[in-house]
Design a protein around this ligand. Structure first.
Ligand code: SAM
Length: 257
């Protein structure tokens, strides 16, 4: 990537679990990050929850310890986080109620699990989309999806719309200088979202919260800087990329006026 573009990108979110909260306290199965607390708030009481990409398993263990879910499946593709989830579940004496499975995406779920909610958090939106798309057949269609993409929200919303999901709730929060979006969806009456809604989030766009406007103000500054540096450097950028960047700048500017 060109240096100018790299310098002006939004900060890269850590691809590891957040080790400390906003106030510096250690995060674990008792003290979730604000991000995971907000995800937890969207899990229906009494759910049978599959947390795919569970890493340490904090979300499931916290919810089970608080008696908010009745069964859990932790799905992890990588060995170290899989073992971490096993340890968290074992140390909390929850092995009878939470199954920890080493599996790729939705392959962690079996029909007899009777899963009613699936969380996919802390991964890129495209990765979440690909996980859902690859094993659509494993979805009963009755599950609530609670998604917390790290970027790539637009293609994820596009997938939801194309596959008959309706967005029930959206949240935006800022923690440790990162903006996080949470998207909650269920299969429902077909709905068509506009290109703007897919980009900004239909419900976030409607609510226009302060956090939402502040996020897009920051994004606008970054994108404008990227555009001017690319133009000045006469960097070879595809017409398509340049057009997309200009269009985003124009949409965000309109949003903020
Ligand atoms: N969900 C936790 C959270 O939000 O704090 C952990 C996020 S961590 C950054 C992403 C986790 O997803 C990693 O542990 C990674 O191994 C796992 N992961 C990535 N792709 C996966 C896949 N296809 N199936 C299962 N787990 C996956």
């Amino acid at each position: 990537m060109h240096a100018a573009a790299r310098q002006n990108r939004a900060p890269i979110r850590p691809n590891v679990p957040d080790g400390r909260g906003e106030k510096g306290q250690p995060l674990n199965e008792q003290t979730l990050s604000e991000r995971l607390e907000r995800v937890a708030a969207h899990v229906p009481a009494g759910a049978r929850l599959a947390d795919i990409g569970s890493d340490h398993g904090y979300l499931l263990v916290a919810l089970m310890t608080r008696d908010l879910i009745t069964a859990g499946v932790a799905g992890e593709v990588a060995v170290t986080p899989f073992q971490a989830a096993q340890r968290t579940v074992r140390e909390n004496r929850l092995s009878e109620r939470i199954s920890v499975r080493r599996a790729n995406g939705l392959a962690a779920i079996e029909p007899e699990d009777g899963i009613t909610a699936i969380s996919l958090c802390g991964m890129g939106g495209e990765t979440i989309r690909d996980i859902l798309d690859r094993d659509k057949a494993r979805l009963s269609g009755k599950e609530r999806l609670i998604l917390q993409p790290n970027g790539g929200e637009q293609p994820l919303r596009q997938w939801l719309m194309d596959n008959g999901y309706r967005i029930l709730a959206e949240e935006l929060l800022r923690e440790n200088r990162f903006d996080y979006e949470i998207i909650v969806a269920e299969l429902g009456e077909p709905v068509r979202y506009t290109a703007h809604e897919l980009y900004f989030g239909p419900l976030l766009l409607q609510a226009r919260s302060e956090a939402f406007l502040a996020k897009w103000q920051r994004r606008l500054r970054l994108k404008q800087r990227t555009l001017s540096q690319l133009t000045e450097a006469r960097q070879a950028v595809s017409e398509e990329k340049l057009h997309a960047l200009k269009q985003q700048i124009s949409w965000i500017s309109e949003l903020l006026t």
